[in-house]
Design a protein around this ligand. Structure first.
Ligand code: PGA
Length: 256
Protein backbone atom coordinates (compact mmCIF):
# COMPACT_ATOMS: atom_id res chain seq x y z
CA UNK A 1 0.00 0.00 0.00
CA UNK A 2 1.27 3.48 -0.84
CA UNK A 3 2.32 5.55 2.14
CA UNK A 4 -0.21 8.22 2.94
CA UNK A 5 0.91 11.74 3.62
CA UNK A 6 0.25 12.75 7.23
CA UNK A 7 0.11 16.24 8.67
CA UNK A 8 0.80 16.66 12.39
CA UNK A 9 0.37 20.18 13.73
CA UNK A 10 1.41 21.18 17.25
CA UNK A 11 -0.71 24.06 18.56
CA UNK A 12 1.16 25.61 21.46
CA UNK A 13 -1.71 27.97 22.30
CA UNK A 14 -0.57 30.59 24.87
CA UNK A 15 2.50 28.67 25.99
CA UNK A 16 6.27 29.16 25.84
CA UNK A 17 8.48 32.21 25.99
CA UNK A 18 11.10 32.73 23.30
CA UNK A 19 13.79 30.89 25.26
CA UNK A 20 11.43 28.01 26.04
CA UNK A 21 10.53 27.84 22.35
CA UNK A 22 14.21 27.65 21.38
CA UNK A 23 14.83 24.93 23.95
CA UNK A 24 11.86 22.96 22.63
CA UNK A 25 13.13 23.01 19.04
CA UNK A 26 16.67 22.14 20.11
CA UNK A 27 15.34 19.15 22.03
CA UNK A 28 12.99 18.12 19.21
CA UNK A 29 15.75 18.33 16.61
CA UNK A 30 17.69 15.58 18.33
CA UNK A 31 14.71 13.23 18.40
CA UNK A 32 12.97 13.79 15.05
CA UNK A 33 12.06 10.63 13.18
CA UNK A 34 13.12 10.79 9.53
CA UNK A 35 9.82 10.40 7.78
CA UNK A 36 9.16 11.87 4.36
CA UNK A 37 5.48 11.04 4.65
CA UNK A 38 4.88 12.92 7.88
CA UNK A 39 4.70 16.69 7.56
CA UNK A 40 5.43 18.38 10.88
CA UNK A 41 4.15 21.88 11.63
CA UNK A 42 4.59 23.95 14.79
CA UNK A 43 2.18 26.73 15.75
CA UNK A 44 3.88 28.83 18.45
CA UNK A 45 2.39 32.06 19.81
CA UNK A 46 3.08 35.18 17.71
CA UNK A 47 5.87 36.29 20.05
CA UNK A 48 7.91 33.14 19.39
CA UNK A 49 7.28 32.78 15.64
CA UNK A 50 10.45 34.59 14.63
CA UNK A 51 12.68 32.60 17.00
CA UNK A 52 11.11 29.30 15.93
CA UNK A 53 11.40 30.24 12.24
CA UNK A 54 15.09 30.72 12.83
CA UNK A 55 15.54 27.54 14.86
CA UNK A 56 13.81 25.26 12.34
CA UNK A 57 15.66 26.60 9.28
CA UNK A 58 17.59 23.41 8.65
CA UNK A 59 14.89 21.05 9.95
CA UNK A 60 11.97 19.39 8.12
CA UNK A 61 9.45 21.39 10.14
CA UNK A 62 6.93 23.95 8.91
CA UNK A 63 5.54 26.97 10.71
CA UNK A 64 1.99 28.07 11.45
CA UNK A 65 0.42 31.05 13.16
CA UNK A 66 -2.48 30.44 15.54
CA UNK A 67 -4.68 33.25 14.24
CA UNK A 68 -4.67 36.17 11.82
CA UNK A 69 -6.55 39.35 11.00
CA UNK A 70 -8.12 39.62 7.56
CA UNK A 71 -6.74 43.05 6.60
CA UNK A 72 -3.20 43.54 5.33
CA UNK A 73 -2.63 46.59 7.55
CA UNK A 74 -4.55 49.34 9.29
CA UNK A 75 -5.77 50.66 12.61
CA UNK A 76 -6.39 47.32 14.30
CA UNK A 77 -4.53 47.52 17.61
CA UNK A 78 -3.23 44.17 18.76
CA UNK A 79 -3.88 42.34 15.52
CA UNK A 80 -1.43 40.62 13.16
CA UNK A 81 -1.95 40.59 9.39
CA UNK A 82 -1.44 37.79 6.86
CA UNK A 83 1.36 39.82 5.29
CA UNK A 84 3.22 39.89 8.60
CA UNK A 85 2.67 36.19 9.12
CA UNK A 86 3.94 35.38 5.65
CA UNK A 87 6.94 37.60 6.24
CA UNK A 88 7.81 35.50 9.30
CA UNK A 89 8.04 32.36 7.17
CA UNK A 90 4.71 30.80 8.05
CA UNK A 91 3.05 28.52 5.55
CA UNK A 92 -0.04 27.76 7.64
CA UNK A 93 -2.48 29.68 9.83
CA UNK A 94 -4.95 28.10 12.26
CA UNK A 95 -8.29 29.80 11.65
CA UNK A 96 -11.52 29.61 13.65
CA UNK A 97 -10.20 27.59 16.59
CA UNK A 98 -13.06 27.02 19.04
CA UNK A 99 -11.16 28.90 21.76
CA UNK A 100 -11.20 31.98 19.51
CA UNK A 101 -14.86 31.48 18.76
CA UNK A 102 -15.76 30.94 22.42
CA UNK A 103 -13.53 33.38 24.29
CA UNK A 104 -13.13 36.12 21.70
CA UNK A 105 -16.48 36.16 19.94
CA UNK A 106 -15.19 35.00 16.59
CA UNK A 107 -18.11 34.40 14.23
CA UNK A 108 -18.36 32.29 11.09
CA UNK A 109 -18.39 35.54 9.08
CA UNK A 110 -15.05 36.58 10.63
CA UNK A 111 -13.64 33.10 10.07
CA UNK A 112 -14.67 33.38 6.42
CA UNK A 113 -12.82 36.70 6.01
CA UNK A 114 -9.74 35.18 7.62
CA UNK A 115 -9.81 32.11 5.37
CA UNK A 116 -10.10 34.36 2.31
CA UNK A 117 -7.23 36.60 3.45
CA UNK A 118 -4.97 33.65 4.21
CA UNK A 119 -5.61 32.09 0.80
CA UNK A 120 -5.13 35.43 -0.96
CA UNK A 121 -1.59 35.53 0.42
CA UNK A 122 -0.77 32.00 -0.67
CA UNK A 123 -0.87 30.67 2.89
CA UNK A 124 -2.80 27.57 3.97
CA UNK A 125 -5.66 27.92 6.46
CA UNK A 126 -6.15 25.12 8.99
CA UNK A 127 -9.86 25.70 9.41
CA UNK A 128 -11.19 24.37 12.72
CA UNK A 129 -14.76 23.15 12.97
CA UNK A 130 -16.53 21.15 15.67
CA UNK A 131 -19.65 20.81 17.75
CA UNK A 132 -20.12 21.43 21.46
CA UNK A 133 -21.12 18.61 23.81
CA UNK A 134 -24.63 19.99 23.95
CA UNK A 135 -24.94 20.11 20.17
CA UNK A 136 -23.77 16.50 19.95
CA UNK A 137 -26.22 15.42 22.67
CA UNK A 138 -28.99 17.10 20.68
CA UNK A 139 -28.08 15.29 17.49
CA UNK A 140 -26.89 18.48 15.79
CA UNK A 141 -23.29 17.51 15.00
CA UNK A 142 -23.66 17.22 11.23
CA UNK A 143 -25.79 20.33 10.97
CA UNK A 144 -23.22 22.34 12.95
CA UNK A 145 -20.32 21.07 10.87
CA UNK A 146 -22.17 21.79 7.63
CA UNK A 147 -23.02 25.30 8.77
CA UNK A 148 -19.47 26.10 9.88
CA UNK A 149 -17.98 24.76 6.66
CA UNK A 150 -20.49 26.46 4.37
CA UNK A 151 -19.99 29.82 6.08
CA UNK A 152 -16.21 29.63 6.48
CA UNK A 153 -15.62 28.47 2.92
CA UNK A 154 -18.10 30.79 1.19
CA UNK A 155 -16.43 32.21 -1.90
CA UNK A 156 -13.49 29.76 -1.77
CA UNK A 157 -13.30 28.34 -5.27
CA UNK A 158 -12.22 24.97 -6.49
CA UNK A 159 -8.88 26.41 -7.61
CA UNK A 160 -8.09 27.43 -4.00
CA UNK A 161 -9.30 24.18 -2.47
CA UNK A 162 -5.88 22.53 -2.65
CA UNK A 163 -4.55 24.99 -0.06
CA UNK A 164 -7.27 24.35 2.51
CA UNK A 165 -6.86 22.05 5.51
CA UNK A 166 -9.79 21.29 7.80
CA UNK A 167 -9.41 20.18 11.42
CA UNK A 168 -12.32 18.41 13.07
CA UNK A 169 -12.11 19.44 16.72
CA UNK A 170 -15.13 18.53 18.83
CA UNK A 171 -15.23 21.31 21.42
CA UNK A 172 -15.98 18.86 24.23
CA UNK A 173 -12.84 16.87 23.42
CA UNK A 174 -10.41 19.80 23.51
CA UNK A 175 -8.26 19.81 26.63
CA UNK A 176 -10.71 17.50 28.40
CA UNK A 177 -8.76 14.27 28.27
CA UNK A 178 -11.83 12.79 26.62
CA UNK A 179 -11.11 12.33 22.92
CA UNK A 180 -13.74 11.44 20.35
CA UNK A 181 -14.12 7.73 19.74
CA UNK A 182 -12.73 6.44 16.47
CA UNK A 183 -16.28 5.99 15.25
CA UNK A 184 -17.29 9.55 16.11
CA UNK A 185 -14.21 10.88 14.35
CA UNK A 186 -14.79 8.69 11.31
CA UNK A 187 -18.39 9.82 10.92
CA UNK A 188 -17.54 13.50 11.35
CA UNK A 189 -14.61 13.28 8.91
CA UNK A 190 -16.82 11.57 6.35
CA UNK A 191 -19.37 14.30 6.71
CA UNK A 192 -16.74 17.01 6.32
CA UNK A 193 -15.36 15.38 3.18
CA UNK A 194 -18.86 14.99 1.74
CA UNK A 195 -19.43 18.73 2.27
CA UNK A 196 -16.13 19.55 0.59
CA UNK A 197 -17.02 17.27 -2.31
CA UNK A 198 -20.41 18.95 -2.68
CA UNK A 199 -18.61 22.29 -2.74
CA UNK A 200 -15.63 21.57 -4.96
CA UNK A 201 -16.26 18.27 -6.68
CA UNK A 202 -14.95 14.75 -6.29
CA UNK A 203 -11.21 15.31 -6.84
CA UNK A 204 -10.80 18.32 -4.58
CA UNK A 205 -13.04 16.75 -1.95
CA UNK A 206 -10.97 13.57 -1.94
CA UNK A 207 -7.70 15.50 -1.65
CA UNK A 208 -8.74 17.74 1.26
CA UNK A 209 -6.59 16.96 4.32
CA UNK A 210 -8.91 16.51 7.33
CA UNK A 211 -7.14 16.44 10.71
CA UNK A 212 -8.53 15.24 14.02
CA UNK A 213 -7.98 17.37 17.13
CA UNK A 214 -9.09 17.06 20.75
CA UNK A 215 -7.12 15.33 23.54
CA UNK A 216 -4.75 13.60 21.12
CA UNK A 217 -1.96 11.72 22.93
CA UNK A 218 0.77 9.25 21.94
CA UNK A 219 -1.57 6.52 23.21
CA UNK A 220 -4.62 7.35 21.12
CA UNK A 221 -3.18 8.89 17.94
CA UNK A 222 -2.73 5.44 16.37
CA UNK A 223 -6.47 4.71 16.52
CA UNK A 224 -7.23 7.95 14.68
CA UNK A 225 -4.52 7.56 12.05
CA UNK A 226 -5.64 3.99 11.40
CA UNK A 227 -8.83 5.46 9.95
CA UNK A 228 -8.85 6.01 6.21
CA UNK A 229 -10.79 9.22 6.88
CA UNK A 230 -8.12 10.85 9.08
CA UNK A 231 -5.13 12.56 7.43
CA UNK A 232 -3.39 13.81 10.53
CA UNK A 233 -3.83 15.57 13.84
CA UNK A 234 -3.97 18.97 15.46
CA UNK A 235 -2.37 18.46 18.85
CA UNK A 236 -2.62 20.82 21.82
CA UNK A 237 -1.53 19.75 25.30
CA UNK A 238 0.51 16.73 24.20
CA UNK A 239 2.67 18.78 21.82
CA UNK A 240 4.18 21.00 24.52
CA UNK A 241 6.65 18.40 25.70
CA UNK A 242 9.09 17.39 22.95
CA UNK A 243 9.28 13.79 24.16
CA UNK A 244 5.50 13.40 23.96
CA UNK A 245 5.33 15.17 20.62
CA UNK A 246 8.03 12.93 19.19
CA UNK A 247 6.09 9.87 20.33
CA UNK A 248 3.10 11.15 18.36
CA UNK A 249 5.30 11.72 15.30
CA UNK A 250 6.72 8.22 15.68
CA UNK A 251 3.24 6.69 15.64
CA UNK A 252 2.38 8.74 12.55
CA UNK A 253 5.59 7.51 10.95
CA UNK A 254 4.71 3.86 11.53
CA UNK A 255 1.06 4.21 10.48
CA UNK A 256 0.99 4.00 6.70
P1 PGA B 1 -5.78 19.41 23.07
O1 PGA B 1 -6.03 20.68 22.10
O2 PGA B 1 -4.94 18.43 22.27
O3 PGA B 1 -5.08 19.97 24.26
O4 PGA B 1 -7.12 18.85 23.37
C1 PGA B 1 -6.26 20.53 20.73
C2 PGA B 1 -6.53 21.86 20.10
O5 PGA B 1 -7.21 22.70 20.74
O6 PGA B 1 -6.10 22.15 18.98
Amino acid sequence: MAQRQRLIVGNWKMHKTISEARDFVAHLAGLLPKSPHVEIVLAPPFTALSAVADAIKSLPIGLSAQDVHWEDHGAFTGEVSPLMIKDLGCRYVIVGHSERRRHFGETDAMVNKKVAAVLRHGLRPILCVGETGEQRANGQTERVLSGQLTDALAGVGKEQAADVVVAYEPVWAIGSGQPATAEQARDAHRHIRARATALWGQDAGARLPVLYGGSVTPDNIGAFLALREVDGALVGGACLDPTQFVKILAVAHTNP
